[in-house]
Design a binder for this molecule. Sequence first.
Ligand code: CDP
Ligand code: CDP
Length: 194
Amino acid sequence: MPFIIAIDGPAASGKGTIARALADHYGFHHLDTGLLYRATGAKGGDPVEAARTLVPDDLRRNDLRSADAGQAASRIAAIPEVRAALVDFQHRFAAQEPGAVLDGRDIGTVICPDAQVKLYVVASNEVRARRRAEELGADPAEMLAQLHERDRRDRERDTAPLRPADDATIIDTSHISVDEAITAAIAIVDRVRG
Ligand code: CDP
Ligand code: CDP
């Protein structure tokens, strides 16, 4: 049975950085599930149709990391039929040997509720806004407002809202380095793998 690591958390908390490092460390596959929603939103037109016809090339568009693409993603991510259309792809990805790391909002709660390891990565609003502003070359105050709006939408939607699974381990990256966050995550996974 493949080993599954589910990583969830709000925007710019550091979950993607941890996910990539864990996949690298254990030789697992990695899927940034946010890209599925960003690509669906970026296609335009009917979002349900866009999600149903998503192909790997759609995930390679170079405008997907922008703040606008993030906002569009969180709007279409609230539509139950959009989420349903993306489930099979995520399940198939998670079933790959020897293991997979998926990061997003609902991996530990909805997509992979039986994942062997569940992490929920958080950081203070100010820290997250500053990091994302640095990445995108944007204004931190503007970024703070945007992240706040997106997190609220993600937490308050009826279908698969952002929340930690009951059995998730919380990692707060507000005051630790990337290396410290990765070391903490590896220690959690190693405890489970024995
Ligand atoms: O995937 P998510 O949106 O949660 O965040 P990310 O893209 O992995 O990380 C956002 C930024 O925070 C990156 O530039 C990281 O280098 C930085 N960062 C971090 O992820 N963890 C720390 N402990 C410190 C900084
Ligand atoms: O990297 P960052 O955390 O800023 O965003 P992302 O992970 O690329 O996700 C973009 C948006 O897609 C989120 O704000 C969510 O609305 C949505 N999303 C979701 O609903 N479920 C997931 N598993 C992943 C992303």
